[in-house]
Every structure is written in C-alpha cells, then in structure tokens.
Design a protein around this ligand. Structure first.
Ligand SMILES: Cc1cc2nc3c(=O)[nH]c(=O)nc-3n(C[C@H](O)[C@H](O)[C@H](O)COP(=O)(O)OP(=O)(O)OC[C@H]3O[C@@H](n4cnc5c(N)ncnc54)[C@H](O)[C@@H]3O)c2cc1C
Length: 376
C-alpha cells in the first residue's frame, strides 16, 4: 500500500538497527521505507556473538525459532593466557538460562532473518542517503540518484559514520575506541575450540568462537596503535607465541588474506539522539567497542522501544524524548562497562594476567546482570 509522504517513516540504513526497526514497526501495523546504500548488508561473510538480551530482543521481534535454528549455542566463555592457562571461565548457560542461551550466528543469516517479509515496495536498496534537511512539516531526504523523499519521521540507523547524524547534529565524528583502534575478523576451520575462547598476551587478544560444528569466527585486536590493515607480518608476529589452536586458525586466515576483514573500531558518544523529525538509533547513536558484544542487542532493543513509542503518538518530538529517556541509561551502562574493560585491557600483560581471574567474573556479572530481562 502506498504511504502518503506526509505520513511516511523513512529508515536510513538496512543494517541490524534499520531492519529491526522496520520489523518492530511492522509488528505494530506501521509501514516504513528502508533506504540501504548496499545491495546486501556489510560484513555479510562474518559472524556475530549474541548475548542473552539479544535473544530476548529477537524473540520479541518474532524470530526466536529462527535464531534457535540458525544460531550456534555459546554455553561458556574461557579467558586464557598466551601460554594457554585458564584464567577465568564463565558458565553462560547458568547465567542466562536455557531460554536466553547466547548464540553465535553468521551475520548474513541474521540479516536474512531480520529482513524476512520486507517487500521491494518498502526498500530502496543500492541507494545512499546523500543529504537531509528539515522544516516544520517534514524531513526531506535526497538520495544519491537524485530522488527526493519526505518523511514525518526519519530514523537514522545508518551506522557509526552516519550521514543522517552528520547532517542533523553537525560535526560529530566517531572517535577511535580505547581498547584498540582496529581489529581483524575472519572465519576459519575450527582448530579444536569447543566454546567462546579468548587468549590474551603482550601484544593483543584473539577470540575464537565456533559458529557451527566445523567453523570458528575469529576476532583479533592488536594493542599496538600503528598496525596497518595490510601489515599481516606484524599480525602474525603479535601472536607468534600463542597456543597451537590459535596459530592454526591464524595461519589459515593469513594464508587466505581475502577472508580477513580489517576494520577500525570507532565509538559514538552523544548526549542527544533526536533533533526535530530525526531520531538516531543503533551505532549511529551509540557505537561502542564490541568488548561485551552488545551492539546488535542494543540496536534491536532500540528498535523495539522506538516502535512502541511511535505506536503511542504521532508527536515525533515526544517520541524522541521518550525514546532517549527510556534507552539512555541502558546504553550508558554498556558504555561505562566497555570503558572499564578497555582500561584493564591496556594494563601491562603480567598485571592483566594476574588480575583477570578476579576481575573477569565480576565484570561479566556487573555488565550483564542489569541487561538481563527481569522476567528471565
Ligand atoms: C570488529 C567488530 C566486531 C563486532 N562484534 C559484535 C558482536 O560480536 N556482537 C554484537 O552484538 N555486536 C558486534 N559488533 C557491533 C555491531 O556490529 C554493531 O553494533 C551493529 O552492526 C550495529 O548495527 P547498525 O544497524 O546500527 O549499524 P550497521 O551495522 O553499521 O548498519 C548501518 C547500515 O546503514 C547503511 N548506510 C550507511 N550509510 C548510509 C547512507 N548514507 N544511506 C543509506 N544507507 C547507509 C550501511 O550500508 C549499513 O548497512 C561488532 C563491531 C565491530 C566493529
């Protein structure tokens, strides 16, 4: 059904936040239009770790069965030293319970789930938002092909380098994360890892996470600030003394450089997420270093909260205020816990190794307890 442009909700970005918003609105019978600059979402070949509150959000989005089918259970976490000594172990099953069991999922599968039912008439794919101006009656969006769209509400779900944020909030560039300025990600044959396992050493940290019976997702952060994305020698060197399992996965990735994604880790810290008829959510509003794997969960929770407020009133300014009020404390908590962990990750390795057995279980509980749904 065609929507009157004065009534239209436009969503900038068809990533996790954008698709979850489209879906959450649709659940409430509210149509919207998603504008995505790529034919398919970014990083589709990689995977993502979803803690229990992401499971709760997926359930609310009507995707509980799909994630149970496509996500690989993450029952425990192990934090290990460079010489493979177990420093801390977390029983995630015991913490979250079976219904919220964390899962690892291929990003492509997550995007397919979130976009199920999205019809061509509700999507402009391969089209970027080039500019945004607002007046009292509407937000006016120009696409890169010259097409103009008007919206009563423009949702900025266009990620860490959001065009919408920059157009509406002015100069608000993302900043480099404290934990590491960049990281590599890859998929490789499983070298013998049976759950979420991270090893830490003098020069960096590597996480291996099974995504099915035979494949692991790898995430590598090197502490040295100046390692270039194509400096694979230095990457190899940073992990040269690590256990055989790590060496094996890394060697596979280095032998298949096309499988290595190098990306900056950037953060966005804003005091306001709405301006006029524009509301920012997901990474566009609050990108945070992925040390607690909360990006997708927060993006989906944002979407659910926003849709509930949109369904309550046509007053966009009121929606923006309520959305911020509802979501900011939770996001601020994740940001604070991210800063805390990032700080300890920068301590000298011998000290880090010494304190991890005490600090990790406590930080895990302190981070996730307030995020756990109260009825879980
Ligand atoms: C290295 C790394 C590892 C991570 N690991 C995890 C993890 O394990 N678990 C977790 O929960 N989170 C993780 N995250 C964070 C997570 O990826 C993000 O929080 C999440 O993707 C945010 O979703 P989003 O939709 O807000 O932004 P994005 O995923 O960035 O989506 C934004 C979308 O907007 C589109 N877009 C951008 N500009 C425009 C424009 N002008 N016009 C139209 N479209 C546009 C983009 O193409 C993109 O599809 C990780 C992040 C990084 C960097």
């Amino acid at each position: 059904m065609a929507i009157e442009s004065s009534q239209r909700i436009v969503i900038a970005g068809g990533g996790i936040a954008g698709l979850a918003t489209w879906r959450a609105l649709k659940q409430r019978g509210i149509e919207s239009l998603v504008v995505e600059r790529r034919p398919v979402a970014a990083d589709g070949g990689l995977a993502i770790n979803l803690p229990g509150n992401a499971m709760a959000a997926l359930e609310q989005l009507g995707l509980g069965t799909d994630i149970a089918r496509l996500g690989y259970p993450v029952r425990k976490r192990e934090y290990r030293s460079r010489d493979d000594r177990l420093l801390a172990a977390i029983d995630e099953d015991a913490f979250w319970g079976e219904s919220l069991r964390p899962r690892a999922v291929r990003r492509a599968d997550l995007m397919t789930m979130l976009s199920t039912g999205l019809e061509a008439s509700s999507l402009r794919a391969d089209r970027a938002i080039a500019s945004v101006v607002q007046d009292a009656s509407a937000a006016h969006v120009r696409l890169d092909n010259g097409e103009d769209l008007s919206a009563r509400l423009l949702v900025g779900a266009d990620g860490v380098r959001s065009t919408v944020r920059q157009a509406v909030m002015g100069a608000s560039q993302p900043s480099a994360a404290h934990i590491a300025s960049a990281s590599w990600r890859f998929m490789a044959p499983n070298p013998g890892v049976d759950g979420w396992t991270a090893w830490t050493g003098e020069h960096g940290t590597i996480l291996l996470l099974p995504v099915d019976e035979t494949t692991v997702y790898g995430w590598v952060a090197v502490s040295s600030p100046n390692v270039a994305g194509d400096d694979l020698k230095q990457l190899d060197h940073a992990f040269r003394n690590f256990p055989e399992r790590v060496r094996k996965a890394l060697a596979w990735a280095l032998a298949h450089p096309e499988s290595l994604y190098h990306s900056p880790i950037e953060e966005v810290r804003l005091s306001r997420w709405h301006e006029g008829r524009v509301i920012l959510l997901g990474d566009a509003a609050h990108a945070t270093a992925p040390v607690w794997a909360e990006g997708a969960a927060l993006a989906m929770e944002d979407a659910l909260a926003l849709a509930a407020f949109v369904a309550e009133t046509d007053d966009v300014a009121a929606v923006g205020r309520r959305f911020e009020q509802a979501r900011q404390p939770r996001v601020a908590h994740v940001q604070a816990m991210t800063d805390r962990l990032s700080k300890s990750a920068r301590l000298p390795y011998p000290l880090r190794r010494f304190i991890m057995p005490f600090v990790v279980p406590r930080s895990y509980r302190a981070t996730y307890s307030p995020l756990k749904p109260t009825d879980a």
